[in-house]
Design a protein around this ligand. Structure first.
Ligand SMILES: [Mg+2]
Length: 335
């Protein structure tokens, strides 16, 4: 069995502003192994750079190593490792004739995974209208981006959202580390009255004392970017309500699943999320979420940001659920 590598580029509908740059397109690789396919779509600082992924995968194609020695070598290149381990588990799941989420240990039959909608920080009236759309579309959860632009407007935005969201729809906030300690302590008492599911990454890094204080005051905290700075073990030790697990950043579906189980065993909710990848990466992440049996709404509604995709018919999100392709392995054929 040989490893084969293909490159792809996908245009985004609208440019995305990340910590480092404005992203207009996503560039990545597909690794094929036997019947399996896996995606590497690097995004620094979550993963190595595109050039580093390319070097790792060029080596894979040239050397054709054993799967085990390749996995070991890709320890420091999570996107390359993600493609490799995805292709391997997809191949083995197809060989065994089971869906990938079953191969990853899923006990329950699932045809879809609940997802959260994402609403960008905007004027309160825009946020209210967006929240009404999300509710009508049947999403079980919504994530409002905060901490962008004028910080003073955040409370107005949040109140506008909370005023129209039904109680059964999980309301999440994501500050992407934009607040400082005094800033978050100033808004926390009010946020704690709004029935918020959790606030993701209120401040940069992982501040265990802050997390403990916010949560004892009734405001759950989720760690996302902080995992990058302190690592998974320290992030779990801070005992947040939830932890965001991006398989592409964790180095593959196997490692993401292990991290999710470690979180669950400590009573921390794992939230599986996509790093704006192509359809193969999203479906892989969908299988990781499905393998958990009853996943929390996942961050998998990212396909709508792409203007084109790897496969002709990418998976749909309908009524707030990411539809898992039926069939063995990933459940899709990639041309
Ligand atoms: Mg986040």
């Amino acid at each position: 069995m040989v490893f084969r590598i293909d490159r792809f580029e996908l245009d985004l509908k609208d440019p995305l502003t990340s910590a480092n740059e404005v992203i207009k397109r996503r560039r990545g690789f597909l690794v094929r192994y036997g019947l399996g396919v896996g995606e590497a779509t690097p995004l620094p600082p979550w993963t190595e750079s595109y050039e580093e992924t390319a070097r790792a995968l060029d080596w894979l194609a040239a050397e054709q190593p054993s799967p085990g020695s390749a996995l070991e070598r890709f320890d420091v290149t999570p996107a390359a490792r993600h493609a490799l381990s995805s292709a391997l588990v997809d191949h083995w799941a197809r060989e065994r004739g089971v869906a990938l989420y079953r191969y990853l240990g899923g006990k329950r039959s699932l045809t879809s995974v609940p997802v959260n909608a994402t609403v960008d920080a905007g004027d309160p009236s825009d946020v209210r209208a967006a929240m009404e759309q999300v509710t009508d579309a049947g999403y079980p959860a919504v994530k409002l981006k905060i901490g962008i632009g004028d910080r003073a407007n955040d409370l107005e935005r949040i109140d506008a959202a909370a005023s129209v969201l039904p109680a059964e729809l999980a309301f999440r906030l994501d500050a992407n580390g934009a607040y400082d300690l005094s800033g978050v302590l100033a808004v926390a008492p009010h946020l704690a009255t709004l029935g918020i599911d959790y606030i993701e990454q209120p401040t940069p890094g992982v501040d265990a004392d802050l997390i403990e204080q916010l949560q004892s005051d009734g405001l759950g905290v989720a760690i996302d970017e902080g995992i990058r700075t302190v690592g998974l073990i320290e992030a779990l030790r801070a005992n947040p309500a939830a932890i965001i697990i991006k398989p592409m950043a964790f180095g593959g579906p196997d490692l993401a699943k292990a991290a999710a189980l470690a979180a669950r065993s400590l009573g921390i909710e794992p939230v599986i999320s996509d790093l704006i990848t192509g359809a193969v990466g999203r479906i892989t992440a969908g299988h990781v979420a499905a393998s958990l049996g009853d996943p929390a709404p996942a961050g998998l509604d990212t396909g709508r940001r792409l203007d084109e995709d790897i496969v002709v018919r990418p998976p749909l999100v309908s009524a707030g659920h990411f539809e898992l392709p039926s069939g063995v392995g990933l459940g899709i054929e990639v041309p």
